[in-house]
Ligand binder design. Sequence first.
Ligand code: GLC
Length: 460
Amino acid sequence: MKKQIVMGVLLVMATGQLVAGETVKSEAIKERDARMEWWREARFGMFVHWGLYSIPAGEWGDRQWKKGGVEWIQQRAGVKADVYEAELIPKFAPRADFAEEWAELARITGCRYLVFTSKHHEGFALHDSKLTTFDAKDACGRDLFKEIVDATRAEGLKVGAYHSIIDWHHPQAYTGKEFGIPFIRGVSNEGRDNSVYVDYLHGQVEEIMSNYGPIDIVWWDYSKEQCQGESWRAKELIELVRKHQPAIVMNNRLYRSPEAGWPKEHDWSKGFSIDPQYGDFCTPEQKIPPNGVEGVDWETCMTMNTSWGYNQFDTKWKSTETLIRNLIDVVSKGGNYLLNVGPEADGSIPQASIERMEKIGQWMDVNGGSIYGTEASVFGKPDWGRYTTKPGKFYAHVFDWPKNGMLTVATANTPVTRAYLLADATQRDLKIKKGPDGWLVQLPKKAPDNIASVIVVEHE
Ligand code: GLC
């Protein structure tokens, strides 16, 4: 099924248009699958939103924003770029070892990759950019992009850059309603030449893609109907990226497909198509598609409270139970889960996030085998939890432990051979027998894990 769709997708890539019945070079399919392999296998990543906006952390002057993305504070408070810069640059003082803390936490949590904001909409670049003084090197004498990439690699993780296409700082960048981009009050496009900004965007992307060794992901953000794809000279930009990083994986936010709305609003049950010229995976934002997204690679990105950037007022933390079950839910539908943290001004990760990540990590230490390298459920969504699958076995993630000790799994026609608890190091067999609606697995009285216990079921 997946193969067929990928073939179709590649046909689009090769010809620019899908022609029914035409065949594609199998090499191209193999190449794409090879490039996506680690990403599909990883299933779980850590997202980090951190920049100058982490300093005000939801408060500007006498105004406070208690919820929602306060990485948008410049726009929400209506602050012109020069004022924003003058106010925040002097206060920007990251602690020495913040990058190691992020990377270590990502590894402990069980994340296989880390995607961080190399530049958010505010325009501040974490890398040492020759094209601007609005970068970390000029602000604090450090190349923070390098620090983060090196620390992440040192933990054995893949690393990605979220790079904002929108830029509220560059004096030539278009903003404004007519361009579809939320704008800073009082700023107009008059006298601006957006092509100068697009050159700058390409230039900075080239810097980050060529100066730091392998970069595994580029996570573009974002396009609207009025400004997308070729407004950013997207094909050329992607070519530039691939020239330096042939193995890179990227999201599709340089482009906004006409039938699909903004990832936050899109109705994912209607499906989604990706133009492979413009990226590899789509990005349901703050949402888990009810039945996954057929035929395409997808990644749900989600905050732990309600903001991407650090918000000192936001205490609406999701519980560890919700986060673990979200991860399982996403993976059971064939997607990846990119879970966000918003470090404080000096780069320290908020305690509430650390606590949750550590608990997720403990669960992953025992149950990671039911997540990494697994695929979508072939048995739908059972009442008691979720399934993930691997060749020859499937994993029953039990959220609600049955009171009578009997769990019904799969279908009566599934040739089940064996079942055991993933948490049981000795892999003692659980009793199984065929029932009318599936196989009955005799469970121990007590669930090994209150959030999700995993039963491994082997079949022929
Ligand atoms: C949106 C927001 C942004 C956040 C991103 C994460 O594009 O503008 O603040 O970085 O989503 O998906």
